[in-house]
Design a protein around this ligand. Structure first.
Ligand SMILES: Nc1ncnc2c1ncn2[C@@H]1O[C@H](COP(=O)(O)OP(=O)(O)OP(=O)(O)O)[C@@H](O)[C@H]1O
Ligand SMILES: [Mg+2]
Length: 458
């Protein structure tokens, strides 16, 4: 709600209409009056109101009937019933019919003002929530997925087709290729778009913690469980749950997840009650699940349940016609964010960008452009404004031996340098870096901390 709240007072007592409208006017409301139901309906139809104050006993049409008619046609209008002792039963009934409150006559004006204030606050909040919701829908719709390649157009077509259904979607593709972006578009294009949307990264938790995050627990389920906690399955009820890095879900938990996917039911840890939920699942992985099946690291029954709809995001190098569009998109985005004029890209820099294989995919490209927007001078991006990896090609991290001072040959120094090279190579993506280094993500985090490496974020 913006501006003054508009209030309609309906009563057959002319004096009351006059007094009430004076007081409400003085208190900052925009007021109109009507002396019976039919004329009230006409006014609402014509002018629109936020709130209606209705008397119960009136000629032609009583307040309860009027309430029903208002709510049927204009459900957003909040109604307050004004009632004398003789009609209090009816007033109580009117609450069931959708009135916000009833107020006793003779009117206590403070009571009226308090109720009006509550309603306006509620409407303002609802308006803000709707605005934020619209903004989320805007920002995450499939229209923001940039690319003209056959593959990306296919991805967008599939999102449009599957989003409205409740079917499970599995998104595959290498790190930084846009899997989370696709998951967001699926949720925000579905009929669940205004319901909860939760995300969980299955690689980010040790097994027991992941289980309690998903399933929740009862008080006393384990040491430290001092009160009941709802898990993500429950909180996402009615909405969507995004299971990121599903390939990292521990094998024993996969069976429990399968039951939730198939039956929509589970128990909290330490609990016996079966809880039923209505959740739409979207999962993503950068791992090769088929290979994991063969190695018996991923359950085949879960895999077949997940692969009803697969959306695959190919690496950027396989859809290079998307690169110029993405570069333009990120140039505009970062210049806007940094309040700088959008720079041009020199032909040499364009050449480098187009010939580099982008192992960290769109994320790496976005980081490179962000850096270039910061470093460039005179409104032109030159090759030296791009990250070093792009000049040398991705082989520099693993190929040529580095030249360093003798004291740098300590194993620690070599390890630290190697990790930071790999992080650069993956555009700061820690999952991918951990995979390439052949270590667990948690281990990588520890090493980043230990060596105090720049945390590029992922
Ligand atoms: N086609 C695209 N158009 C616009 N932006 C994109 C596109 N693809 C990816 N991005 C942007 O690139 C970044 C990385 O994408 P995202 O986080 O979705 O990748 P991911 O596949 O989930 O990576 P990871 O496996 O590392 O989690 C995000 O900022 C995303 O908005
Ligand atoms: Mg992701």
């Amino acid at each position: 709600m913006t501006g003054k709240a508009r209030v309609l007072v309906v009563d057959d007592e002319i004096n009351l209409l006059k007094t009430l409208s004076d007081i409400l006017n003085r208190n900052g409301y925009e007021v109109a009056v009507a002396k019976d139901g039919p004329s009230a309906l006409g006014l609402i139809e014509k002018d629109g109101f936020d709130i209606a104050l209705l008397d119960i006993r009136m000629p032609h049409m009583d307040g309860v009937e009027l309430l029903g008619r208002i709510k049927a046609r204009h459900p957003d209008v909040e109604v307050i019933i004004m009632t004398a002792y003789g009609t209090i039963e009816t007033a109580i009934k009117s609450i069931k019919l959708g009135a916000y409150a009833y107020i006793l006559k003779p009117l206590d004006i403070d009571d009226v003002l308090v109720n009006l204030k509550k309603i306006t606050q509620m409407k303002t909040l609802a308006g803000e929530a709707r605005f934020l919701q619209d903004q989320l829908l805007q920002e995450h719709s499939y229209e923001h997925i940039i690319g003209r390649s056959k593959q990306i157009r296919g991805v967008v077509e599939t999102i449009k087709k599957v989003a409205p259904s409740d079917s499970t979607v599995l998104i595959t593709g290498p790190s930084g290729a846009g899997k989370e972006m696709v998951a967001d578009a699926v949720h925000y294009s579905s009929k669940r778009c205004s319901r909860p949307y939760l995300k969980i990264n299955c690689a980010a938790f040790p097994e027991t913690l992941l289980e309690s995050e998903l399933f929740g627990y009862e008080k006393g389920a384990f040491t430290g469980a001092d009160k009941q906690k709802k898990g993500k399955f429950e909180v996402a009820d009615g909405g969507t749950l995004f299971l990121d890095e599903i390939g990292d879900m521990p094998f024993p938990m996969q069976a429990k997840l399968l039951r939730v996917l198939e039956k929509g039911e589970f128990e909290r840890l330490g609990g016996n009650d079966v809880i039923k939920v209505d959740v739409r699942f979207v999962a993503a992985t950068n791992q090769n699940l088929t290979r994991m099946l063969q190695e018996r690291r991923f359950r085949s029954d879960l895999f077949y349940r997940l692969n009803t709809v697969i959306i695959n995001l190919p690496p950027l190098v396989e859809r290079s016609e998307d690169i110029p569009l993405l570069v333009d998109h990120f140039l505009a985005k970062f210049s806007r964010e940094m309040s700088r004029k959008q720079p041009d890209v020199s032909p040499e820099a364009v050449k480098l960008i187009l010939s580099y294989p982008w192992p960290g995919n769109v994320r790496e490209l976005a980081n490179a452009i962000e850096r270039a927007v910061i470093f460039c001078e005179k409104g032109v991006i030159k090759p030296h404004d791009l990250p070093p990896a792009i000049h040398h090609g991705p082989s520099s991290a693993s190929g040529e031996p580095h030249e360093f001072l003798p004291e740098d040959l300590r194993l620690d120094a070599v390890e630290s340098r190697h990790i930071s090279e790999v992080l650069k190579l993956t555009g700061g993506n820690k999952n991918e870096a951990a995979r390439r280094l052949g270590i667990h993500r948690e281990t990588l985090y520890k090493k980043i901390k230990k060596f105090n490496l720049p945390d590029a974020g992922d």
